[in-house]
Design a protein around this ligand. Structure first.
Ligand SMILES: Nc1ncnc2c1ncn2[C@@H]1O[C@H](COP(=O)(O)OP(=O)(O)O)[C@@H](O)[C@H]1O
Ligand SMILES: [Mg+2]
Length: 313
């Protein structure tokens, strides 16, 4: 389905989404009240960071889990959303056993807060629910409902990290375009570069995303990571109207695989390993980012209600 068409269709379903929210009988979320009425200095707005990459197996989930955990270890409130509805595996990676997932949110049997699961260092996880055919084939309205549901969180996080699926489906595009920042994970394989390029093209052309940040994964050193970035940045400069910043690198590390086998994040289990240190650096980089670009309040975005209140919209 064409991306723009999907967005329009999703916006047409606005009333359905409102009904979904109203079914839970929720009042205006506490954070809206705090933003709009308290008169105190507004807290920094929640920042949604989507982790994408186009190709499968490049390390999107690994980066999402460890970046989320590293940010939590730095004292931030972090929620990790598993938005890979077909092959959800964040729960497996972190040794969690979810009893509810996004499907329950969509059928109205629970709220977004009911879905939050606790991982180490206060990290919270929203599991996707693996192997459910229906979830792998969500429509645009349902994607939008998941995105909007984050407005209802009783306590919004500082960061929402969104792990997206492989490929260029509307599922991936909508979650990435709804975030404030898109981190593209790339490794030194031709297919990874071409798939990342295709993703950037779709997100910029159909969804107006203009700025991306690249993480080079499974590299040998920083030099190799920078080279990889230059390769992709060069074609982007030439053919696309986007900026691709270098965010950092994660080395190929056996410790990381061992951590996965132990169903833990390497940054938690072995924070001083090469990959553990790299993830801490990535989290440090996030802390230095300036205010996110806003793409207009009429688009489907995470925490858009907060943005609306903050800007007096
Ligand atoms: N930096 C790394 N060092 C070693 N192995 C890695 C690294 N990053 C990812 N991997 C391996 O690649 C596999 C696929 O990573 P994953 O994050 O699931 O990819 P994706 O989410 O993009 O499909 C992991 O199970 C892990 O074994
Ligand atoms: Mg994955």
């Amino acid at each position: 389905m064409n991306g723009v068409f999907a967005m329009n269709q999703a916006m047409g379903l606005e009333s359905m989404l409102r009904a979904l929210t109203e079914r839970h009988g929720r009042q205006a979320p506490v954070h809206d009240q705090a933003y709009g009425l308290s008169g105190s200095a507004p807290r920094k707005r929640c920042r949604a960071i989507a982790v994408a990459g186009g190709k499968g197996g490049v390390g999107k989930t690994t980066v999402s889990v460890n970046l989320g955990m590293a940010l939590a270890m730095d004292g931030h409130k972090v929620i990790l959303l598993d938005a890979d509805m077909s092959l959800a595996n964040i729960d497996v990676l972190l040794g969690l056993t979810p009893t509810r997932h996004i499907g329950h949110l969509l059928d109205g049997s629970c709220s977004i807060d009911d879905l939050l699961m606790s991982a180490p260092h206060g990290l919270k996880v929203v599991p996707a629910g693996s192997g459910t055919r229906r979830l792998a084939q969500l429509g645009a309205g349902e994607h939008a409902a998941v995105i909007r549901a984050f407005d209802d969180l009783v306590t919004p996080p500082d960061y929402l990290v969104v792990d997206t699926a492989a490929g260029l489906s509307d599922n991936v595009a909508m979650f990435a375009a709804a975030a404030d920042d898109v981190v593209v994970v790339v490794c030194d394989e031709p297919a990874s570069l071409t798939d990342a390029y295709a993703l950037l093209k779709v997100l910029s052309r159909d969804f107006g995303v203009r700025r991306f940040r690249m993480v080079a994964n499974m590299v040998r050193n920083v030099g190799e990571a920078r080279q990889l970035h230059q390769k992709l940045a060069r074609v982007c400069d030439r053919f696309l109207d986007v900026a691709l910043e270098f965010m950092g690198q994660v080395p190929q590390d056996e410790r990381l695989r061992q951590a996965i086998r132990r169903q833990s994040a390497v940054v938690d289990l072995w924070p001083s390993s090469r990959s553990g240190l790299a993830f801490k650096q990535l989290a440090g980089a996030v802390d230095t980012w300036g205010e996110p670009e806003r793409l207009g309040l009429d688009r489907i975005a995470f925490f858009s209600r907060q943005a609306a209140v903050a800007t007096g919209w």
